[in-house]
Design a protein around this ligand. Structure first.
Ligand SMILES: NC(=O)c1ccc[n+]([C@@H]2O[C@H](COP(=O)([O-])OP(=O)(O)OC[C@H]3O[C@@H](n4cnc5c(N)ncnc54)[C@H](O)[C@@H]3O)[C@@H](O)[C@H]2O)c1
Length: 344
């Protein structure tokens, strides 16, 4: 297939592109490249691309590419970024996504894979939540995911099959590393300070999934017949991979060794607390086989941080924390308040 991957230069996208190519898909990227200075000792992914903001894409841009599918990853990718200015999250993650889907549909693209998030479940009870569970988003980020899914669903018809991949929280090595997601963060803390520092009281539940298992899930949706995925939501992750944050900390301390588990100064209960059921994706996409566990991911990160020389200064800097990098770029005048690049 010929596939447009938006956000292909981000944490998930830069690992997804090689996975798609290995399956003989032709990939064209689209990214405004907010995090061009944020590589972690790796060659950036190299793909033909449209250097565009999703808010500005036109039907002409996409029609010229003769695409079979769009994988839409580009977004402000976490809660702290959405707290910076909630309106920006609605502009990019909600309105930008709906705009992209509309132009894709008009350009004749038949399949649209949206990178949604389990965070739209927000606050769950003790039971694991399946795709029919109620939405309780607790941030603009989570709410934007709900509203995009609803808008895309209204666009579904014989010519256009949207699919909503509700990823668990990702972990694992990527050439565009993020250290602002829980597993990667705890390992970086341990590697640079000898302490595993929890920012919550450690009790919340989180579903977790490796970046490469997310890439395989998107590839499996591309392989599936349209009737199996048309207007469907899939929780993306693996049974048995729901953890309390405290358990993740214990795994990190065990793998890194000689680490004390402690609580940060602002540690408090976290309102995002949910366990997720992954039965549907395994039942429907029979070729999908997630391979990673959190323990293996922690081992991978620990080895990478040691060999790549993750220092306390690097960890404290902007390169691997999305909010800090956006703040740095804004303060330097490289982009405006609307996160569009300033004229050179
Ligand atoms: N990483 C996770 O744990 C996780 C979990 C669930 C869902 N997701 C979703 O997956 C997607 C990718 O996440 P990620 O971790 O790779 O994020 P990321 O921040 O590493 O990458 C996002 C990419 O999108 C690009 N981008 C952002 N706004 C853009 C715009 N307006 N126009 C064009 N490009 C733009 C950025 O330059 C960046 O390359 C996001 O939609 C995110 O919400 C991520």
């Amino acid at each position: 297939m010929r596939i447009l991957v938006t956000g292909h230069l981000g944490y998930l996208g830069s690992e997804m592109v090689p996975v798609l190519r290995a399956r003989d898909h032709e990939v064209i990227g689209l990214d405004t490249d907010f995090y061009g200075s944020c590589d972690f000792h790796a060659v950036p992914v190299d793909a033909p691309m449209l250097p565009l903001d999703v808010r500005d894409v036109t039907v002409t841009d996409l029609a010229a590419l003769d695409l079979d599918a769009v994988i839409h990853l580009a977004a402000l990718s976490n809660d702290p970024l959405s707290d910076l200015d909630p309106q920006l999250t609605y502009d990019i993650n909600l309105d930008g996504s709906v705009h992209l889907a509309e132009v894709a549909k008009q350009a004749g693209v038949r399949r649209f894979l949206f990178s949604s998030s389990c965070s739209l479940y927000g606050k769950g009870g003790d039971a694991a939540l399946d795709e029919n569970a109620a939405f309780h988003p607790v941030t603009p980020y989570g709410e934007s995911k709900v509203r995009v899914e609803q808008a895309l669903s209204a666009m579904a018809d014989d010519t256009f099959s949207p699919v909503y991949l509700r990823n668990a929280t990702a972990y694992g090595l990527s050439r565009r590393l993020r250290a602002d997601i829980v597993v990667n963060n705890l390992v970086a803390h341990a590697a640079t300070s000898g302490k595993v520092l929890l920012e919550s009281d450690g009790t919340p539940w989180r579903p977790l999934v490796h970046v490469l298992d997310i890439a395989d899930a998107f590839a499996a949706v591309l392989d599936a017949p349209a009737e199996a995925i048309h207007d469907q939501a899939f929780n993306v992750g693996r049974s048995g991979e729901n953890y309390q944050v405290r358990e993740i900390a214990d795994i990190v301390a065990d793998v890194v060794g000689d680490c004390a588990v402690g609580f940060g100064v602002n540690a408090s209960p976290d309102i995002r607390d949910y366990q997720v059921d992954f039965t549907k994706i395994h039942r429907t996409l029979t070729g999908y086989r997630p391979r990673w566990t959190v323990r293996r991911g922690v081992e991978q990160l620990w080895a990478a941080y040691r060999h790549g020389g993750m220092t306390a200064d690097m960890f404290a800097g902007p390169a691997y924390v999305r909010l800090r990098e956006i703040q740095r770029l804004r303060a330097a005048g490289a982009m405006g308040a609307d996160l569009r690049w300033s004229a050179a």
